[in-house]
Structures are given as structure tokens and as C-alpha cells.
Write a protein that binds this ligand. Sequence first.
Ligand SMILES: [Zn+2]
Length: 254
Amino acid sequence: MFIDTHAHLQDALKIRLDEVIQNAKLNNVQKIICASYDLSSSYDAVNISTKYEGVFVAIGVHPENCEEYNDEIEQKLEKLCENKKVIAIGEIGLDYHYTKQNKDVQKQVFIRQIKLADRLNLPVVIHTRDAIGDTLEIVEKYKQYFRHGGVFHCFHGSIEVLNKIIKLGFYVSYGGAITFSNANSLREVVKATPVERLLTETDCPYMAPVPLRGTENEPKNIPIIAQKISEIKNIEINNLEKILEENTKKIYKI
Ligand SMILES: [Zn+2]
């Protein structure tokens, strides 16, 4: 089976979720991890997962929403983790693309959620954008809190950064961006990623792969991304499918 390890089913796709899940199944995408970005999307994701057997959940507060994070939200997240479908904390991290004004708050909230994941025995899903230096500094400094590992989602860093996060034990997830015509350097990074650390994701509804760019992305598009990885790494697709499934099982226990 194929697995979408990072999908946002809470918003645009929510209005036609039966169809989206059905499309995924028809394309052999049997498991989907629904990633959250604030408290309300975390509740939403858990609700969706109770309705659809193959849907699992990552809950957490994205750096763009870091200002809302407080003790009360953390307690609510902790309570939500009692649900067996919650299998990770994410997406969390640093994003300086839209604002650099609240770097300290972003860092604090990132660190708090790294510690939360450790307390709850869960892996983390890391989002980093225009902030790789500070992200690396934090994951290196707090590496004792990653007993249950973590994933850099939608990875687009350099080979040098890749090597550092691989050494720290992280998994690396790739999405539709690896199919874009201007993504040669990213494809080199995919090539350099050890196969036992690879994961696939859509990050839907964003980032539809070629040749579907401009359409609403869905978990059903995972085989297109896997096919691209199979070409880049020169691994036969059926073999890669098994490896990706095994990797997902190891990090997310699903
Ligand atoms: Zn995402």
C-alpha cells in the first residue's frame, strides 16, 4: 500500500471527504496522516479519524499560529492524545517566511511541543521554512527529547542539512515539489537521502504534483510522487512501496 504521511483534510477537502478517501483507496493509498496546525484543526483531525479507519492524526500548533499557544492549549492537546488515532505531534517548527517578528515565541512554542511529544511518547512532524539554521540549532540542542524520533516534512533543504538531520536520526518526507520542472537540486537531495529514511506525503490540498499542478491536491496523488522517487533512486516501484510502508510503520507505528 501507499501512505500519505502528511495531508490536511480539515479544510478545503472536508466538504467532499468521502470522495477524497475513496479516490485514495482506488489508488492504493490506504493510510493517511492528517496533520494539524492549531487547536481547532487538531480537534477536526481527530473527528475525521474516528469516521475513517485509515486516517491517523498529528496534532499541534504550527509556527504561524504560535501566538495562540499557552498552558491551556497544551493541556487540551495532551488530553486529545488519549485518542489512539493520534500518533504524532505536528506540524510544529519555525517559519520565518511571512514574519520574523516573533522568532522568540516561535522557538519557545517549538521547544514546548518537542517536550510535549517526548512526554507523550510520540514522534514530531517538523515544518521549517526560511529558518533552517535556527531549526537545526534547536533539534541539536534538544536531541534528548527525540526518543520517539521525528520527520522533516516537505523537506527542501540542502544536502548538507540533509546529512545533519539524517545523522540526528530524523526521517525525511517528500511531496509534489520533487516533480516540479525547476526542482533539479531538490531531486539531488532525494537521491542523497538514505532509502530507509524516506517517506511520502502530499501536503494536500497544496502542492499538487506534475502533471496535476494547479488542481486541488489529494492523497490519491501519492503514487505519482512515489513513482518520481523510484526514478530518482532507481528502485523498482513495488519494492519502493514496501520500503516506504515499512519506514512509516517504524516512525509512526501505523
Ligand atoms: Zn502541512
